[in-house]
Design a protein around this ligand. Structure first.
Ligand SMILES: Nc1nc2c(ncn2[C@@H]2O[C@H](COP(=O)(O)OP(=O)(O)OP(=O)(O)O)[C@@H](O)[C@H]2O)c(=O)[nH]1
Ligand SMILES: [Mg+2]
Length: 378
C-alpha cells in the first residue's frame, strides 16, 4: 500500500504511516540548547545495510573519547568470535556451493572438522552461555590451514558471488592471535565487526560550543521503515554508500535481488526528495575505498554498469563514475541546488582518515547552518 499522504514514508517503505506532527516537512530545523548552553546539532547517518554507518559511529566514539577503554574492548570479545564463526561457516558453505575442490587433504580435514563445530563449542550462542567465549587454539590452526588453501583464496576472489563478509580476510588471517589467552580485542578488531543495527542509537559529543548528536539507524529494509520517525529537526544527513558494492547483489528476500549500488542510488534519491530535508546539509560518504582498491583489479565495473567506459582496474576512474552517479541525483534535485552538497571518499575502518574527514564535515555542517546557529535573537 502506498502512503495516503504521499509523504516520504510512502516512497521509503510503503507502510502508509503518518509523519510525526511535531514539525511539517519543509520547516527549517530549529536549534535546541543543552542545559550547559551549547547548541545541539542533529546528524543522522543513513544508507543501505553494510555500508559502514555503525563503523563511522564507532570511530566517532574512538576519536572523541581518545580511544576505547579495556573494559569496553572486552565487551566486544563475544561479537568478534561470533564474526569469526560466521566467516568460517560462510566460507565453507561458499566453497561447497561453488564445488571448488580443496587443494590439500589437510584442508579437506580442516573443513570437515570445522563444519562440525557448533558455536556453543566456542562459548557462543545460547548453548554456550555458561562458558567463557574463546577460540580454541586447535581450531585456530585449522582455520589457518583452511584460509591458506587455494579453494578459499579462489572463493575470496569471488566473494561478491557469495556475499562473504568484507572482514573475512581480516578475521581468518588473525585466527592465531585471537586464540591466544588472555584475548583482549583491539580497536581494529572492533572496527571490523559486522553487527546489523536493529534500533537507533544516539551518541553525543562536544566541540567548542556545540553538542553534536549523531544517530545511527539500521539500513536493512525492515529497519528503514523506522527512519521517518527520526527525520524531524535534522541539521545534517550523512549518507553512506559503499564504493565496493557495485558487483554485489542483495538476495531476493532481502531487497528483491537488487544490485547493491543501484539500491544505494535509489535510497539516496529518495532521501533527497524528502521535503523536510530542504534545509539540512546532505553529505555523501563514498565508503570502503580500501575494498574498492583491491576489488577493482579483478572485478570490472563495466560488467555491472555498462555505461562506465573508463579504464579497467582503475580505482580513481571507478570512484569518479560512482560519485558522478550520486551527484547527478543531487544536481537534479532543485531543493539541494542552492545548498552546499559535499561528498567524501572514506575508509570507515581507518581512524586517522576518518578523524581528518570528520573535522572537515563538522565545519561544513556549522557553515551550512550558520544562519540558525548565529541568530542573535535566538
Ligand atoms: N574494509 C572496510 N570495511 C568496512 C568499511 N566500512 C565498514 N566496513 C565493514 O563493513 C561491515 C558493515 O559495516 P556496518 O558499519 O555494520 O554497516 P551498517 O551500515 O551499520 O549496516 P546496518 O547496521 O545493517 O545498516 C563491517 O564489518 C565493517 O567493519 C571500510 O571502509 N573498509
Ligand atoms: Mg549498523
Amino acid at each position: 500500500m502506498t502512503c495516503p499522504l504521499s509523504c516520504y514514508c510512502g516512497l521509503m517503505c510503503r507502510c502508509g504511516c503518518i509523519p510525526s506532527p511535531l514539525s511539517l516537512p519543509g520547516d527549517p530545523p530549529s536549534i535546541e540548547r543543552e542545559s550547559n548552553g551549547s547548541h545541539v546539532v542533529y546528524i543522522l547517518l543513513l544508507g543501505a545495510a553494510e555500508t559502514g554507518k555503525s563503523t563511522i559511529m564507532r570511530q566517532m566514539k574512538i576519536i572523541e573519547s581518545g580511544g576505547m577503554s579495556p573494559a569496553s574492548l572486552r565487551s566486544y570479545t563475544r561479537h568478534v568470535l561470533e564474526n569469526v564463526f560466521t566467516c568460517v561457516t560462510r566460507l565453507i558453505q561458499a566453497v561447497t556451493e561453488a564445488a571448488i575442490p580443496w587443494g590439500t587433504p589437510e584442508a579437506v580435514h580442516a573443513a570437515l572438522t570445522l563444519s562440525q563445530v557448533s558455536c556453543g563449542d566456542w562459548g557462543l550462542g545460547e548453548e554456550g552461555l555458561m562458558r567463557v567465549a574463546l577460540l580454541p587454539p586447535d581450531h585456530a590452526d585449522l582455520i589457518r590451514v583452511l584460509w591458506d588453501d587455494t579453494a578459499s583464496q579462489e572463493c575470496w576472489l569471488r566473494a561478491n558471488e557469495f556475499n562473504l563478509p568484507d572482514s573475512t580476510n581480516y578475521y581468518l588471517s588473525a585466527a592465531d592471535r585471537l586464540s591466544k589467552q588472555p584475548y583482549l580485542p583491539t580497536q581494529e578488531d572492533v572496527l571490523q565487526l559486522r553487527i546489523p543495527t536493529r534500533s537507533a542509537t544516539v551518541y553525543d559529543f562536544q566541540d567548542r560550543n556545540w553538542t553534536f548528536r549523531m544517530t545511527d539507524v539500521g539500513g536493512q529494509r525492515g529497519e528503514r521503515r523506522r527512519w521517518i520517525r527520526l527525520f524531524d529537526e535534522i541539521n545534517a544527513i550523512i549518507f553512506l554508500a559503499a564504493l565496493s558494492e557495485y558487483d554485489q547483489t542483495w538476495s531476493q528476500e532481502e531487497e528483491d535481488g537488487m544490485n547493491r549500488l543501484e539500491l544505494s542510488l535509489q535510497l539516496f534519491k529518495e532521501t533527497l526528495s524528502y521535503p523536510g530535508f530542504t534545509n539540512s546539509s546532505i553529505i555523501l560518504f563514498l565508503n570502503k575505498t580500501d575494498v574498492l582498491q583491491k576489488k577493482i583489479l579483478t572485478s570490472d565495473l563495466n560488467r555491472y554498469f555498462p555505461d562506465f567506459t573508463g579504464p579497467r582496474g582503475d580505482a580513481r576512474g571507478a570512484t569518479d563514475y560512482i560519485r558522478n552517479r550520486f551527484h547527478a541525483h543531487a544536481r537534479d534535485w532543485d531543493r539541494v541546488r542552492d545548498r552546499d552538497f559535499f561528498s567524501h571518499e572514506t575508509c570507515a575502518t581507518d581512524t586517522k582518515k576518518t578523524r581528518f574527514v570528520f573535522a572537515a564535515v563538522k565545519e561544513n555542517i556549522l557553515w551550512n547552518n550558520i544562519n540558525l546557529f548565529m541568530d542573535p535573537f535566538h
